[in-house]
Design a protein around this ligand. Structure first.
Ligand code: HEC
Length: 165
């Protein structure tokens, strides 16, 4: 698992960028904040861009994902959980849907921070760990249905050798 995670980290570091924000269109964004609080979306701007994703941060992301997100989205992101069965009107989407893979890192960060539709918000998770979760979601997305060509060349040779054993 360590080795697999390292390969994934390698792929993920190249993928995690801080692109221009997609504007959040969910209701949570336009709701007025309670008096005396800093609107979450303003705090959100201070939490960008994403920190550099290291293997250590990715491990933290996995821990948070497994203990928080997996309840609904499943350990592998397939949304095959008991909790997911309760969301009939707004189903829990598998994280491997093309539509979700196309979402920017900023948008996934926003969804975790502000919630989205039927999904609750998790602002209590520290910002760097929310980014770590974004990194781990990307790693999960890369880990499922991946092709050999997706791995770096030197890793491909190793994977081929291991598969042939
Ligand atoms: C209590 C169940 C639950 C938990 C826990 C949960 N989600 Fe979700 N998630 C949902 C549901 C339901 C939706 C669909 C929301 C909708 O369409 O109304 C969703 C949607 C999403 C989306 C797509 C949303 C969009 O608008 O683009 C992403 C990305 C996502 N979840 C990631 C996560 C991550 C990462 C975590 C952990 C921090 C997490 N979810 C935890 C239930 C959950």
């Amino acid at each position: 698992m360590k080795r697999a995670l390292f390969a994934i980290a390698w792929l993920t570091v190249g993928c995690l960028r801080a692109p221009a924000s997609e504007s959040g269109q969910d209701e949570a964004v336009s709701r007025a904040p309670p008096a005396g609080t800093v609107p979450r979306e303003r705090a959100l701007e201070r939490e960008r861009p994403a920190p550099a994703i290291t293997l250590a941060l990715l491990e933290k992301g996995r821990h948070r994902y497994d203990s928080v997100c997996a309840t609904c989205h499943g350990l592998t992101g397939e949304a095959d959980t008991l909790a997911a069965q309760g969301f009939t009107r707004r189903p829990v989407p598998p994280l491997h849907e093309p539509k979700l893979k196309e979402k920017s890192d900023d948008r996934v960060f926003e969804v975790i921070t502000l919630g989205s539709g039927a999904m609750p918000a998790f602002p209590e998770i520290p910002a760097d760990e929310r980014w770590a979760v974004v990194g781990y979601v990307r790693a999960l997305q890369l880990s499922q249905r991946a092709r050999l060509e997706d791995a770096p060349p030197e890793m491909q040779a190793r994977l081929k050798a291991e598969a042939g054993r």
